[in-house]
Design a binder for this molecule. Structure first.
Ligand SMILES: C[S@@+](CC[C@H](N)C(=O)[O-])C[C@H]1O[C@@H](n2cnc3c(N)ncnc32)[C@H](O)[C@@H]1O
Length: 215
């Protein structure tokens, strides 16, 4: 899939692209492109935001700046049919179901804002979706965008070791529940013992125990 991120700090994504799962699918299943609003802003001196009408503190990301950025990449019509997602606390809350939907799209665009956020016309007229990563406020949309890039990347073919992506928390295979507990060596640490069934080598019993411990 092609996943485009519009941001003021494209360089901040370097770390993410060096880590699995994103690194594992970059250039094959995932075409991740990073664009800066500043590169295409029609305003002077790289300006991208402005004071809010009606007064008040903070700066608001301008609609003409975001429209120019999208037009520069897609042309005026090529946005049609593409999922364009504003990251904003006012959006619908991100869930694994939303991640699965987006991971099945061929083209997704993420828009990050900062300070007071987006001019509402961006969300209303330039976006198809508005997503919040949770009921709290972060300083900008880049951590939320990275959360989405990571969550989407791990659902792409080849991102994870065979089988490890299916039986995860919130997956359909676990009925949307939380994954059973995991243990590794040592089997006994200061009297905290790993459940005997997991040491038994009896796969059927292990499977039963795991099913019973989906939370
Ligand atoms: C400081 S926040 C703006 C908060 C906004 N004034 C409000 O009260 O809802 C700046 C930007 O960070 C991003 N952001 C902050 N928290 C977020 C969240 N929980 N989910 C998604 N994006 C978020 C959005 O892009 C937002 O426009």
């Amino acid at each position: 899939m092609q996943l485009d991120v519009f941001t003021l700090v494209p360089h901040a994504y370097a770390w993410l692209t060096e880590q699995r799962p994103v690194a594992a699918v970059l250039g094959t299943e995932l075409d991740l492109r990073l664009f800066s609003y500043r590169d295409t802003t029609p305003l002077r001196s790289g300006q991208v935001d402005d004071e809010p009408y009606g007064g008040g503190a903070g700066m608001v990301l301008r609609v003409d700046v975001v429209a120019a950025a999208l037009d520069a990449v897609y042309g005026t019509h090529a946005r049609d049919g593409r999922r364009v997602v504003a990251l904003t606390p006012q959006g619908r809350q991100l869930t694994q179901e939303v991640v699965e939907q987006l991971a099945n799209e061929e083209h997704v665009t993420l828009l990050s804002a900062r300070y007071e956020g987006f001019d509402e016309r961006i969300v209303e007229h330039l976006c198809t979706d508005a997503i919040s990563i949770g009921p709290y406020v972060l300083s900008n949309g880049d951590l939320p965008a990275m959360v989405l890039v990571d969550a989407i990347a791990r659902r792409l073919p080849g991102a994870l070791a065979e089988g490890s992506g299916e039986l995860e928390s919130f997956s359909a295979e676990l009925g949307g529940g939380l994954e059973y507990p995991h243990y590794t060596r040592p089997a006994d640490f200061e009297g905290w013992r790993v459940p005997d069934v997991l040491l038994s080598g009896n796969h059927a019993n292990v499977e039963r125990w795991r099913k019973e411990h989906v939370r």
